[in-house]
Design a protein around this ligand. Structure first.
Ligand SMILES: Cc1cc2nc3c(=O)[nH]c(=O)nc-3n(C[C@H](O)[C@H](O)[C@H](O)COP(=O)(O)OP(=O)(O)OC[C@H]3O[C@@H](n4cnc5c(N)ncnc54)[C@H](O)[C@@H]3O)c2cc1C
Ligand code: SF4
Length: 512
């Protein structure tokens, strides 16, 4: 038996043959290990489609490695944790050197480090090259900043990587930001015909995974009926090209719009492929720039809007994650303690907006950004839910959820749990916003403009209640003063009725 002394651990979200882990691989002495661990599917109550996506993508990647004659130990369906399996394997194989790319979850990095110390082996943690900005570069950027804001980071990324910068070094089109063009609701008649994102019929490997998941995790949330995600690099590239050819054109304008039975809108639906590292953000940006060059009828506002998501937000939240962990997972600025309503796991609520956003989440493992931020996230903040329960839910139900991206978005952006470390104000809105951006309210039993009483929209009641409760905090900042200014138009007695109605709602969240 060949004794490997260098073991390369490839985690389920590190599926790139060109990645740093395999760059200096020596076939004579090195060995790869991949581990399917039940623990990873169970530490939060994971959506079946997310489990299936990870397992199928890992098995396809393993097949590619085997086809290319890499020495691979693939541990299938282990009931043990990744760390327990690793310990066994390291001891059995007499490993002296463990290599892995920076894990996307803090707890995993810490436990790998602890294992290496316990077994007294060398540990090499390599940079994840699927980002433009390393955690250290981000830390350096933050060092002299009074306020950490996306906008300035994004401009730096644009300049550093010469993306959408003209020959004179200025932003293309003369401005950095076209957000005001990218916030339109769908036309009153609805979104019309939308080209569905590229989908893929399950092959033999995926089918075997789907059978396994539906048997083993039958009590877990979500459905496998619509499982058609990209699970290989080739499919991920096809999804990207399909988006660019057919859907990018309308992405920007309608990126905040919502409509019933329109789960994907004009969004790219490539986050899971990016996060599993089947795609590299550099090739995504390059493909978008090429498309723009070839087709000048693609609007700059659209191209900039998409670039901002990948080069701006995606990089920014990752930087924040490594900067602020482990504190980020503990933060609870408003000291909210309520339990997550049970219907977050079933979609069975009378609020049409929540029903739609959660319903499609359970069907597909997907909701777009505004559904996550301004529907389920907004409600969770206004309903004073304990941040850790909300974060666990997001981590469980979205196929693209890995902690480095889920946690800053949920705790930092949606819940303001870190007190605005990187946002200037809480993202809260009443039913009026949802009415403006969707058709949800039309079929809802509640009325978005009614603030209290039986027909009042719970989101509207809780919004005003939140503003009344935190009035002093909102008034202290010029960015939020305007929000409480509107309170002056509500009489004292109506404010009292709002608070009383809110108290009833908050004590009976499961019944909404
Ligand atoms: C509460 C909350 C939780 C979220 N959890 C996750 C998560 O677990 N995983 C995840 O990938 N995204 C998360 N997001 C960000 C965003 O909602 C998803 O990236 C996006 O909806 C994925 O769909 P898409 O590929 O169609 O994206 P598009 O809207 O087409 O955007 C293109 C790409 O930009 C990137 N992107 C856009 N917005 C963000 C953002 N805020 N942060 C990081 N990257 C972004 C993604 O890679 C995305 O694929 C979360 C947002 C919120 C508000
Ligand atoms: S009325 Fe309120 S609860 Fe109903 S869909 Fe509109 S915003 Fe949602």
């Amino acid at each position: 038996m060949k004794l490997a002394n260098r073991l390369v651990l490839i985690l389920g979200d590190q599926l790139d043959l060109q990645g740093a882990a395999l760059r200096n691989f020596k076939h004579e002495t090195d060995e790869i290990i991949m581990i399917e661990s039940a623990n990873e599917a169970q530490y939060v109550w994971t959506h079946k489609a997310k489990i299936a996506l990870f397992l199928s993508s890992m098995r396809h990647f393993a097949k590619t490695l085997e086809d290319q004659k890499y020495p691979l130990t693939y541990i299938k369906e282990s009931p043990l944790s990744i760390i327990e399996v690793l310990r066994q394997q390291i001891l059995q194989k007499n490993i002296s050197h463990l290599v892995c790319i920076e894990p996307g979850e803090w707890r995993l990095r810490k436990s790998i480090e602890a294992l290496a110390t316990e077994l007294n082996i060398e540990l090499e943690i390599l940079e994840d090259e699927h980002f433009y900005c390393s955690p250290q570069e981000f830390k350096n950027w933050v060092a002299d900043k009074k306020e950490i804001r996306l906008e300035y980071f994004y401009r730096l990324m644009r300049k550093t990587h010469q993306i959408l910068i003209d020959a004179d070094g200025n932003p293309e089109g003369g401005q950095w930001n076209f957000d005001q063009d990218n916030r339109k609701p769908y036309p009153k008649k609805g979104p019309g015909l939308i080209d569905a994102p590229k989908s893929f019929e399950p092959d033999e490997i995926t089918q075997e995974v789907l059978d396994f998941v539906s048997k083993t995790y039958k009590e877990h949330p979500g459905s496998l009926d619509h499982f058609n995600w990209a699970v290989t690099r080739e499919q991920a590239l096809e999804s990207l090209q399909y988006f660019i050819d057919y859907r990018l054109r309308h992405f920007g304008m309608y990126q905040d719009a919502m409509w019933t039975n329109t789960p994907f809108g004009w969004h790219s639906v490539i986050s899971s492929a990016l996060n599993l590292k089947l795609l590299n953000p550099r090739e995504v940006i390059a493909a978008v720039m090429l498309a723009w060059k070839k087709d000048p009828s693609l609007e700059l506002s659209n191209i900039e809007g998409f670039t901002r998501q990948i080069l701006g937000w995606r990089e920014f939240v990752r930087g924040m994650y490594y900067l602020d962990m482990p504190q980020m997972a503990q933060d609870n600025f408003y000291e909210h303690q309520r339990a997550l309503p049970k219907w977050y796991w079933t979609g069975q609520t009378q609020m049409a907006c929540m029903q739609d956003a959660i319903g499609q989440t359970l069907q597909y493992g997907y909701a777009h950004h505004i559904q996550r931020l301004m529907v389920t996230g907004n409600f969770a903040l206004l309903a004073e839910i304990l941040p850790s329960q909300v974060c666990d839910w997001y981590l469980a139900v979205y196929v693209d959820a890995i902690e480095w991206v889920e946690l800053p978005n949920t705790a930092g952006m949606a819940l303001f749990a870190n007190g605005g470390r990187f946002t200037s104000k809480p993202y809260i809105a009443s039913g009026a916003y949802i009415k403006r951006m969707s058709n949800y309210c039309g079929t809802c039993k509640y009325k978005p403009d009614v603030r209290f009483g039986e027909s009042a929209c719970p989101i509207t009641t809780l919004y005003w209640n939140f503003l009344i409760k935190h009035r002093a905090q909102f008034e202290a900042s010029p960015r939020t003063r305007l929000m409480t200014a509107n309170l002056k138009r509500i009489s004292d007695s109506d404010q009292l009725s709002i608070q009383e109605h809110a108290k009833v709602l908050l004590n009976n969240l499961d019944d909404l």
